[in-house]
Design a protein around this ligand. Structure first.
Ligand SMILES: Nc1ncnc2c1ncn2[C@@H]1O[C@H](COP(=O)(O)OP(=O)(O)OP(=O)(O)O)[C@@H](O)[C@H]1O
Ligand SMILES: [Mg+2]
Length: 201
C-alpha cells in the first residue's frame, strides 16, 4: 500500500497524545495533512464500543474485552485505515493492535497467540510502517494523569507493570518499532520522533 502508517503505543499517561499532536504539526508544516485515528473508536460503532470499554464501569471477562477492542479495530481498518493507506495518506494512530497484546495479553493474561490471531483478522494483516513506544515508569505515568481514572486505570499498579513489561518485550520483537525513554522532555522526544519519521518519508 502507498500510505505510511505510524502508531503510538505505551501505557496510560506515557505521552502518546502529546507526541502524536507534535508530529501532526510537524507533518503539516512539511505540507502533509495526516489522518489521525484512535483506538478504541474512530468510527460510529467504534465510538460506542469505546464508551462501553472506557466510560462505563462494567465488569467483563478478558476475552469479552479483547473481542470488543477487535470489533472496533476491524470496523476502523475496513472503513477508515485501509482506504486511507490505499489512497497514499499518512495515518497517525493513538494505539493499534500492539495495545491488545500489551493490555489483554500481558496485562489480563490472555494467550498471546490468541491475541495475535484476532489482531490479524481485525487488521487484515495491515502492519504499521513504524511503531513508537514511549516507555515510562508506571508511577510517573499515573502521576501525570490528574484526570478521572478510566476503567483500565483503576486496574491498579501491578496490571500496569505487566503492560509496561509487555510493551518493552514487544518492542524488541517487532520490526519497525522505536522504544523511547518517555521521561525525557516532550520537545526532545518530538525531535527524536521527527528524525525517525523524516527518514521514513
Ligand atoms: N515528555 C513528557 N514529560 C513530562 N510530561 C509529559 C510528557 N509528555 C506528556 N506529558 C504530560 O503527561 C500527561 C499525559 O500525557 P498524554 O495525554 O500525552 O499521555 P497519553 O499517553 O496520551 O495518555 P492516555 O493513555 O491517558 O491517553 C499530560 O499532562 C502531558 O502534558
Ligand atoms: Mg492520550
Amino acid at each position: 500500500m502507498k500510505g505510511v502508517f505510524i502508531v503510538f503505543e505505551g501505557i496510560d499517561g506515557c505521552g502518546k497524545s502529546t507526541q502524536l499532536r507534535a508530529l501532526s504539526k510537524r507533518l503539516q508544516a512539511y505540507g502533509i495533512e495526516p489522518l489521525v485515528i484512535r483506538e478504541p473508536g474512530g468510527t460510529p460503532v467504534g465510538e460506542q464500543i469505546r464508551e462501553i470499554l472506557l466510560e462505563r464501569p462494567l465488569e467483563m471477562e478478558p476475552l469479552t474485552e479483547l473481542l470488543l477492542y477487535e470489533a472496533s479495530r476491524s470496523e476502523l481498518t475496513r472503513t477508515v485505515l485501509r482506504p486511507a493507506l490505499q489512497a497514499g495518506q499518512v495515518v497517525l494512530a493513538d494505539r493499534f493492535a500492539m495495545a491488545s497484546l500489551a493490555y489483554q495479553g500481558y496485562g489480563r493474561g490472555l494467550d498471546l497467540t490468541l491475541v495475535r490471531h484476532f489482531n490479524t483478522i481485525a487488521t487484515e494483516g495491515i502492519e504499521p510502517s513504524m511503531t513508537i513506544i514511549l516507555d515510562v515508569p508506571v508511577e510517573v505515568a499515573l502521576a501525570r494523569k490528574r484526570s478521572a481514572f478510566d476503567r483500565l486505570e483503576r486496574a491498579g499498579l501491578e496490571f500496569h507493570e505487566r503492560v509496561r513489561r509487555g510493551y518493552r518485550e514487544l518492542a524488541q520483537q517487532t520490526p519497525g518499532s522505536l522504544l523511547l525513554d518517555g521521561t525525557r522532555p516532550a520537545s526532545e522526544l518530538a525531535e527524536q520522533i521527527w528524525k525517525a519519521v523524516e527518514s521514513l518519508l
